[in-house]
Write a protein that binds this ligand. Structure first.
Ligand SMILES: O=C[C@H](O)COP(=O)(O)O
Length: 255
């Protein structure tokens, strides 16, 4: 946690969910309607195919919606891609860019990620920029260097707390049930805050939300979310079940 920063718990449904999943989203919305929003802001990044219907489901709740990727261009001949403006039009307020699954599956580079973040801003979306080291990089002792490089190249000039969230997701912790130690998360997040200060200025860096992502579950949420400079979570698998996602957000009631 960071004094003065309202935490954000964000779900990333990845390539999961047809219209049958909207019941879980409705349950998440109802959960936040009953007081949770006083402690924490909620966001669910749904598949683009669900965005419009998801918006109908949560529009009267405190839960916001996000996309999972966008193209760096505003429009054009890019079959299968989605422009940030399209996500916004369908009901999104946020979009994830540079998730490690995009970097691995689609070879996205830091510079491409920066371009997508700028496209998100142009459309009026908040960019959730993901960074994080692979297992090999951690074992080689390169974690902080990787984060330094990714911040320098993936976070564009102009990033500020109102248009950007940075999510630290160690690649080896995603979907594996493994998490870094409390000390390792604290070290990484403090480093990210310092690097952002060098890159975008101390004031903006001090107020920017830094999320932790990678095997966040109800059982470990309180421990992970109480770490200094961890201002929320980016939750994959556990965000698919309303009860688990709400239980993670409930961790903020205990602080
Ligand atoms: O975007 C979310 C992350 O990749 C974490 O996924 P996970 O909670 O299933 O490990």
């Amino acid at each position: 946690m960071t004094d003065g920063i309202r935490p954000l718990v964000a779900g990333n449904w990845k390539m999961h969910g047809t219209s049958a999943a909207l019941g879980e989203l409705r349950a998440i919305g109802n959960g936040f309607l009953h007081g949770l929003d006083a402690d924490v802001e909620a966001l669910v990044c749904v598949p683009a195919t669900l965005m419009s219907r998801a918006f109908e489901v949560v529009s009267r709740t405190p839960v916001a919606l996000g996309g999972q990727d966008c193209h760096a261009g505003a429009s054009g001949a890019h079959t299968g891609d989605i422009a940030a403006e399209m996500l916004k039009d369908a009901g999104a307020s946020h979009v994830i860019v540079g998730h490690s699954e995009r970097r691995t599956d689609h070879g996205e580079t830091d510079l491409q990620v920066a371009g997508k973040a700028e496209a998100a801003w142009l459309a009026g979306l908040v960019a959730i920029i993901c960074i994080g080291e692979t297992r090999a990089e951690r074992e080689a002792g390169e974690t902080l260097d990787v984060l330094t490089r990714q911040i320098a190249n993936s976070v564009p000039d102009g990033a500020k707390p109102s248009n950007t969230v940075v999510a630290y997701e160690p690649v080896w912790a995603i979907g594996t049930g493994l998490t870094p130690s409390v000390d390792d998360v604290a070290e990484a997040h403090a480093h990210i805050r310092r690097q952002l200060a060098d890159h975008i200025g101390a004031d903006a860096a001090a107020r920017m939300r830094l999320l932790y992502g990678g095997s966040v579950k109800p059982a470990n949420a309180a421990e992970l979310l109480s770490i200094d400079n961890v201002d929320g979570a980016l939750v994959g698998g556990a965000s698919l079940k309303a009860a688990d996602f709400l239980a993670i957000a409930e961790a903020y009631r205990t602080f």
